[in-house]
Ligand binder design. Structure first.
Ligand code: IDP
Length: 136
């Protein structure tokens, strides 16, 4: 069953020139990139994207971070694309949770600066794709 997921390369990943690395891993896995755009994130979009974290202690820093530079937004498609990209990304904490061989495990050190985002469920994917790519 083909699925779509929203992938972001966050400002730290863009700044560190890891866009090619991330896209390459997505393609090597066998997933398709069906939409791709580099953009500056308005505060309102960041708030909507991370709405589930509103009220958490790191929410303010997270919004600050995600709006601090350009982000690569992509829609990625393939069988079990949501879980497949989460596997490529690795766990949220790049040291304690993400294992070597994953994007976060190979390139990350801090939970906030964990390089990529991938939708975590079909419901989140549908909501996030509509938010980032309303015309898709
Ligand atoms: P995920 O990105 O692996 O799905 P979430 O729990 O949805 O993880 O958290 C969203 C983002 O918020 C994380 O990717 C990370 O950038 C940031 N974050 C999560 N927990 C913390 C924390 O404890 N401190 C700082 N930032 C955090």
């Amino acid at each position: 069953m083909t699925e779509r997921t929203l992938v972001l390369v966050k400002p730290d990943g863009v700044q560190r020139r890891l866009i090619g690395e991330v896209i390459s891993r997505i393609e090597r896995k066998g997933l398709d990139v069906v939409a791709l755009e580099l953009r500056t994130v308005p505060r309102e979009l960041a708030e909507q994207h991370y709405a589930e974290h509103d009220g958490k202690p790191f929410f303010g820093d997270l919004l600050e971070f995600i709006t601090s530079g350009q982000v690569l937004a992509a829609v990625v498609e393939g069988p079990r694309a949501i879980a497949a990209f989460r596997q490529l990304a690795g766990g949220t904490d790049p040291v304690e949770k993400a294992t070597p061989g994953t994007i976060r495990g190979d390139f990350g050190l801090e939970t906030q600066y964990n390089l990529v985002h991938g939708s975590d469920s079909p419901e989140s994917a549908a909501r996030e794709i509509k938010l980032w790519f309303p015309n898709l």
